[in-house]
Design a protein around this ligand. Structure first.
Ligand SMILES: [Ca+2]
Length: 98
């Protein structure tokens, strides 16, 4: 499950970066994946681990309510789910690499 706070600007500041990996690789290889709830498009971002694999996203309903979720894949392995939102954009800078 998520999330750990990476950049906390001040006490009680909400966390806006969800950490799914580090410079050592993805935290969620194999079984299990992070569930990112309350995604705030344009405000939140996701930190992905640095690996040799390929990341991709897919819109599908995996968890939460009936709204579509965004599955985050490392190769064919599901590593994270953005619950009930598909408002996720690589070009907007929603993803960063550790
Ligand atoms: Ca859903």
């Amino acid at each position: 499950m998520c999330c750990e706070c990476y950049l906390k600007l001040a006490e009680n500041e909400p966390c806006h970066q969800f950490i799914l990996g580090s410079s050592q690789g993805s935290f969620y290889q194999g079984g299990g994946y992070a569930i990112i709830k309350d995604w705030q498009a344009g405000l939140d971002s996701i930190l992905l681990g640095r690996t040799s694999g390929r990341y991709s996203t897919r819109s599908q309903n995996l968890t939460g309510g009936t709204a579509l979720d965004t599955g985050i894949y490392h190769n064919s392995d599901l590593i994270g789910v953005i619950e009930d939102s598909t408002n996720v954009s690589v070009s907007r800078g929603d993803f960063a690499f550790a």
